[in-house]
Structures are given as C-alpha cells and as structure tokens.
Ligand binder design. Structure first.
Ligand SMILES: [Zn+2]
Length: 259
C-alpha cells in the first residue's frame, strides 16, 4: 500500500524491474563450501550463519488471526478488520528516521528501533515512510488513487478502507534514508532492501507482499511493506519457506474483494 503521490511513478517503473523479481530469494542461496583440509577456524566460519530450522512444535493457534489487536492478525481483501473502524491501543512514534511523525503499535516501534539501528550500523540507514493509518486516512488515500488510476489498478496498489494492514499498527513502509527507489519495486534490489530480506525476521518483521504472489495476497510486489508478526512467527516463516500468512494459516487466497 503506497502513498498516492508515488503510485503512478511506481506503476510505471514496475515493468523495468520485473526481471529482478527474484531479489527476495537471493539471500538464502550460497551452499557451505568447506576447506578440503579444514582447520577449526574454517569450520567456525562455515557454521557462522546457520539456516533456521522449522520448530516441530510450533503452535499455529497460539495467537488469534482474527483479533485486530493480535500480532498474528491476517488482514486481506477477504478479511477486513473487525470492527472496520478499529483503532489500535498503545500507538507511539518510534525513535527512528522518518518522513514525518508516524505512530505504530508499541511492539512494532520497539522492533523497528532495533532493526533501524542495526541497519544503520551496517552502513545501510533506513527511513520510515508510512506506519499506522486510520480508517479515515485510508479512505482519503484510496479515493485519491481510484480517481488517478481507476478502481482496478487502485485495488492492486492500495487497500480499501477497513482492509488495510496499516490500520492494525503492525505494518510499516520502509525505504533507504537516501530516498532512492522509495516505495518502488526497485527498492528490493538496493543494498538496504536486501539487508531487510536477510535480517528483518530477526526483529519480527516479514515481507507481506512478496513478488509473484499477487494471486494470494491481492497486492503487487511491495519490497517496502514490512509486517510485524513477532520474532517467533517471522523466524518460522523463514525456516519453513512459507512466504505468505494466507498459506501459513491455511486461509484461502485473497486476490480480490468479495463481490
Ligand atoms: Zn504499506
């Protein structure tokens, strides 16, 4: 779900970056290559970044996927927030670089603060461009987009009011501090975007709208849109290789609104 001001630019750039669509998978590649005469040092290096393994006892019913206040809530085109005018508790502005004061749930803010600090320490400073959006602000954004793009194209880029993950306070839009590729698909190819793909799960974030899964999520590839689900679930998703909440929880695909 992007800001209306950049919608046209983003849609225009989509074709250019289609070829780089697999950026999200790159971080998982790289088989371990052991030295033919391994020394203790070489072994330590080879095992420094273990691949996470699925937790056999992972309880998929531990938190509600229906309650909008739950860190596992699944919101999509077939699963509107209930109530539609839901306002989250404990909203606060995170102490991170941002285009303006943007509130989010306290847990999201705490995780974002750690993630942004570590990205900056790695030489890849990030900037927040969107976080919590109320039903009313989503109504304005969506109406503007429909006017600019028409209903069909607007629906793939932005949620209708009451259907936006941003309304939960668990979703953030992230770009590089430089602003390069902000809210565009090419963000996924930047060093900052790839750092997020490799590391965001360690802070409890997942890429909610991966490339090529519009038929399931209902939205185009959004390398900037990160959803806080907690470290446990984010790590489990990565370990199992399941890319969407819909698939993980056995929910029907949500390519479009119910007629
Ligand atoms: Zn978003």
């Amino acid at each position: 779900m992007l800001r209306s001001s950049s919608a046209a630019r983003w849609l225009g750039g989509l074709a250019l970056v289609a070829a780089a669509a697999l950026a999200g998978c790159a971080a998982d590649r790289g088989p371990l290559v052991l030295d033919p005469t391994p020394s203790p040092t070489a072994t330590a290096t080879a095992t420094a970044t273990p691949t996470p393994t699925p937790t056999p006892t992972f309880d998929r019913a531990q938190y509600s996927i229906d309650d909008p206040a739950s860190i596992w809530v699944v919101v999509n085109k077939l699963r509107p927030l209930q109530p539609a005018g839901y306002v989250p508790p404990d909203l606060r502005v995170a102490r991170i670089a941002a285009t303006q004061d943007l509130p989010m749930r306290d847990a999201t803010a705490t995780a974002a603060e750690a993630m942004f600090a570590d990205a900056a320490a790695a030489g890849l400073p990030l900037r927040l461009t969107s976080a919590y959006r109320s039903f009313e602000s989503q109504t304005r954004i969506n109406a503007q987009l429909v006017q600019q793009l028409g209903q069909e194209r607007a629906d793939i880029a932005s949620a209708r009011p009451g259907h936006s993950e941003h309304q939960t306070g668990f979703a953030i839009d992230v770009g590089p501090l430089s602003g390069v590729c902000d809210l565009q698909a090419c963000f996924g190819e930047t060093a900052e975007g790839q750092w997020l793909v490799a590391n965001a799960h360690r802070y409890g974030f997942m890429l909610r709208y991966p490339d090529g899964l519009t038929a399931i999520t209902g939205y185009a590839y959004e390398p900037w849109h990160w959803r806080y689900v907690g470290v446990e679930l984010a790590t489990e998703l990565r370990a199992t290789g399941i890319a969407t909440l819909e698939e993980f929880f056995g929910l029907p695909p949500a390519p479009d609104y119910a007629r």
